[in-house]
Design a protein around this ligand. Structure first.
Ligand code: HEC
Ligand code: HEC
Ligand code: HEC
Ligand code: HEC
Ligand code: HEC
Length: 343
C-alpha cells in the first residue's frame, strides 16, 4: 500500500507511532459541559486539518450565531438559557429536542463539535480511508444526509419541509440546496507531513459547509413565474402569477423576514427598453408565501416618453430577495417571457 510514496510513507509510519504514543489529540474529543470548569474543542482546532470545511463554516451565519450583534443585544436585554440551545448548542441529536446549551467556546456559535462530536467520537457521513485519524470516527450517513438534522433548530422551516415532503417524496433535502456539492478529501495538507497523510485519503462526493444562499441564484424551480395578461396602452397593465415552488415558506426564517421584489422590464423587437417598474411580492403588508401558494401581481408599465407599449415583444422579470445588514441581496429567479403582438 506504500508503493506510491515509499519514503514519505515510511516517515509517516514512524511519526504515527510517536503520535499514538503521546496522544496529542485528546483535546479534540474531550468535553466537559456539566459541572466545574467547562472545556471542549474549538472550531479552529478542527481547522488545523479540515481547512476547507473550517473556511466555509467561518464565513457562514452558523459561525456568527452567538456573536451576532442582534443576538448579543437580546442577551443583554435578559434573553435566557432557552435561547442558547440553538445558538450555542452542545451535541445536536435528531430526537426533536432542542440541544442543551454549550458552556465552552460559545464564541463559535453553531460549531463543528455540535454537529460532529458525540460522546467522545466524531461522527461523519463517509467511511474512514486515512492511514491515521487523530480521533475516533463513527459513520452515520443517515444522520448527516437528513433534513431532520437541520430541523432540530430550523423548526418552522422544517415543519414546512415535512408537509412538502409527504406530498412529494422526491423533495430535495435542506443539505441538497444549502450545502453545494463538491468532490474532495476530508483533510487538506499544509506541510510535507500532512500532505503525505492526505495523499492516502479517498476523494469523495460530499457537500460544502456554506449553509447559505449565494450559490442558489436562479435555482431552477424555486418559483414559477407565469404571464396571465398583458394590456398595452391605454391601460399598460401586466398581470403575473408567482408560485412558491420551494419546500418552505418564501422567504423563510422565523426570526427574520426579508422583503422580496419583482423588477419587470418591457423590450421591443430590437431589444430597446420601453418601460420598467418595481413591485413588492413580499413586504409592505404582503405576507410570505407558503409552499405552493400563488400570488397575482398587477404592475403598471408606463412607457418612456418616445416609446409605445404596443411595440413591446418581450417581458423580463427578475425576482430579488432584499439585502440584510451584512449580506447582499440575492436574485432568486430571472425569466424572459415573449409577448404576443396585438392583444
Ligand atoms: C490532526 C488532524 C485533524 C484534526 C485536528 C481533526 N481531524 Fe477530523 N479527521 C482527520 C482525518 C485524517 C480524518 C479521516 C479522513 C478519512 O479517513 O478520509 C478525519 C475525519 C473526520 C470526520 C469524518 C469525515 C467523513 O468523511 O465522514 C469528521 C466529521 C471530522 N474528522 C471532524 C472533525 C472535527 C469536528 C474536528 C475538531 C473537533 C476534527 N475533525 C479535528 C484529521 C483531523
Ligand atoms: C444547532 C442549531 C442549528 C442546526 C442544527 C442548523 N442550524 Fe442553520 N442556523 C442556526 C442559527 C441559530 C442560525 C442563525 C444565525 C445568525 O444569523 O446569527 C442559522 C442560520 C442558517 C441559515 C441562514 C444563512 C444566512 O446566510 O442567513 C441557513 C441557510 C441555515 N442555517 C441552514 C442550515 C442547514 C442546511 C442545516 C442542516 C445541515 C442547519 N442550518 C442546521 C441554527 C442551526
Ligand atoms: C450544522 C451542522 C454542521 C456543522 C456546524 C458542521 N458540519 Fe461538517 N458536515 C455536516 C453535514 C450535514 C455533512 C455531510 C455532507 C455530505 O452530505 O456529504 C458534513 C460533513 C463533514 C465532513 C466530511 C465531508 C467533507 O467535507 O470531507 C467533515 C470532515 C466535516 N463535516 C467537518 C466539519 C468541520 C471541521 C466543521 C467546523 C468548522 C463542521 N464540519 C461543521 C454538518 C455540519
Ligand atoms: C429546493 C431548494 C431548497 C430546499 C430543499 C431548502 N431550501 Fe432553504 N432556501 C432556498 C431558497 C431559494 C431560499 C431563499 C428564499 C427564501 O428565503 O425562502 C432559502 C432560504 C432559506 C433560509 C433563509 C436564509 C436567509 O438568509 O433569509 C433558511 C434559514 C433556510 N432556507 C433553511 C432551510 C432548511 C432548514 C431546509 C430544510 C428543512 C431548507 N432550507 C430547504 C432553497 C431551499
Ligand atoms: C429552536 C431553535 C432556536 C431557539 C430556541 C432560538 N433561536 Fe434564534 N434563530 C434560530 C434559527 C434557526 C435562526 C435563523 C433562521 C431563522 O430566522 O429562522 C435564528 C435567528 C436568530 C436571530 C438572527 C436574526 C437576524 O436577522 O440576524 C436572532 C437575533 C435570534 N435568533 C434571537 C433569538 C433569541 C433572543 C432567542 C430566545 C428568546 C432565540 N433566538 C431562540 C433558532 C433558534
Amino acid at each position: 500500500m506504500f508503493g506510491k510514496y515509499p519514503l514519505p510513507a515510511a516517515l509517516c509510519l514512524a511519526a504515527l507511532f510517536c503520535l499514538a504514543a503521546c496522544s496529542p489529540f485528546a483535546h479534540l474529543t474531550e468535553v466537559n459541559n456539566t459541572l466545574g470548569e467547562p472545556h471542549g474543542p474549538q472550531a479552529a482546532d478542527c481547522g488545523q486539518c479540515h481547512l476547507e470545511q473550517f473556511g466555509e463554516w467561518q464565513a457562514s451565519a452558523h459561525a456568527q450565531a452567538f456573536l451576532n450583534p442582534k443576538f448579543q443585544a437580546a442577551l443583554t436585554e435578559g434573553a435566557d438559557d432557552s435561547c442558547l440551545g440553538c445558538h450555542v448548542p452542545d451535541t445536536v441529536r435528531t430526537s426533536g429536542e432542542t440541544p442543551l446549551p454549550r458552556r465552552y467556546h460559545r464564541e463559535d456559535g453553531v460549531s463543528c463539535a455540535a454537529c460532529h462530536l458525540s460522546q467522545g467520537t466524531m461522527t461523519g457521513p463517509e467511511p474512514e480511508s486515512a492511514l491515521f485519524a487523530p480521533h475516533p470516527i463513527v459513520v452515520q450517513p443517515e444522520f448527516f444526509r437528513n433534513s431532520a438534522l437541520c430541523g432540530t433548530c430550523h423548526t418552522e422551516t422544517f415543519a414546512d419541509w415535512q408537509t412538502s415532503h409527504s406530498a412529494l417524496p422526491a423533495t430535495p433535502t435542506c443539505q441538497e440546496c444549502h450545502m453545494p456539492q463538491v468532490v474532495r478529501t476530508a483533510t487538506k495538507g499544509s506541510n510535507l507531513f500532512s500532505k503525505t497523510l492526505v495523499s492516502f485519503e479517498d476523494s469523495r462526493s460530499t457537500r460544502r459547509h456554506t449553509f447559505g444562499l449565494s450559490h442558489l441564484a436562479d435555482l431552477p424551480g424555486a418559483v414559477r413565474i407565469e404571464l396571465q395578461r398583458w394590456q398595452p396602452a391605454p391601460l399598460n397593465i401586466l398581470q403575473l402569477s408567482i408560485t412558491n415552488t420551494l419546500p418552505h415558506t418564501l422567504p423563510t426564517g422565523s426570526f427574520r423576514s426579508r422583503p422580496v421584489h419583482l423588477t419587470v422590464r418591457l423590450y421591443s423587437q430590437d431589444h430597446i427598453l420601453i418601460a420598467e417598474n418595481l413591485a413588492p411580492l413580499v413586504g409592505e403588508n404582503l405576507p410570505p408565501l407558503k409552499p405552493g401558494e400563488q400570488r397575482q401581481i398587477f404592475i403598471r408599465l408606463a412607457p418612456t416618453p418616445d416609446a409605445q407599449t404596443t411595440t413591446a415583444r418581450l417581458c423580463a422579470v427578475e425576482l430579488r430577495l432584499a439585502p440584510r445588514e451584512n449580506q447582499a441581496g440575492l436574485t432568486l429567479a430571472t425569466r424572459e417571457i415573449p409577448l404576443s403582438g396585438a392583444p
